[in-house]
Design a protein around this ligand. Structure first.
Ligand code: AR6
Length: 180
């Protein structure tokens, strides 16, 4: 059974097998959660990212966690919001799905997601939360033994609220774990 946890705070502090980064196609760092992850992981992360040659929108790449408590970073590239008619929903779902598949392929048991695309990339938070929750739910139903824990890590109250609503609407029968 995969437990699902919603937590508020800084994803760089989480001691899990992988934290997911909301990266851009260059994979060479940026602001927001990407900046925070690179600062906390140290320059070795950027060095490793340079070897990857970027990543298309809707996909993800895995690196080590370097100086982070997390063992790995999964760098997912979500879409820039362009009003909803540029395949944004499918691309966001794909970024989550690729991240979950990478975790499974590497035998990782715990993963924490930030709210990909909802900062600099402007994706509406409620809509993004519903896509995040649906994609994780579908993965967990398909691979119930792959993961022990999935964390949705929110940085602010509006993100928490969006995920709480999405979770109770879309995945009421999930295995919940209360925040530590
Ligand atoms: N821990 C958890 N969540 C965080 C943290 C943190 N330390 N810091 C910010 N957030 P954003 P995007 C939340 O802008 O929209 C970068 O420059 C934030 O509140 O980080 O996917 C990249 O290099 C928001 O809810 O990512 C790209 O160029 C969420 O993380 C671009 O921004 C995502 O906000 C990607 O934009």
């Amino acid at each position: 059974m995969t437990k699902v946890q919603l937590c508020k705070g800084d994803i760089t502090k989480l001691d899990v097998d992988a934290i997911v980064n909301a990266a851009n196609e260059s994979l060479l760092g940026g602001g927001g959660v990407d900046g925070a992850i690179h600062r906390a992981a140290g320059p070795e992360l950027l060095e490793e990212c340079r070897t990857l040659g970027g990543c298309p929108t809707g996909e993800a790449r895995i690196t080590k966690g370097h100086r982070l408590p997390a063992k790995h970073v999964i760098h997912a590239v979500g879409p820039v919001w362009r009003g909803g008619t540029a395949n944004e929903d499918a691309l966001l779902a794909s970024a989550y799905r690729h991240s979950l598949n990478l975790a499974r392929e590497h035998g990782l048991r715990s993963i924490a997601f930030p709210a990909i695309s909802t900062g600099a990339y402007g994706f509406p938070k409620d809509r993004a939360a519903r896509i995040a929750v649906t994609t994780v739910r579908d993965f967990v139903r398909e691979y119930p033994d792959a993961l022990d824990l999935v964390i949705f890590c929110c940085f602010d109250e509006s993100c928490i609220k969006a995920h709480e609503e999405a979770l109770s609407e879309i995945w009421p029968d999930r295995d919940q774990q209360t925040a530590a």
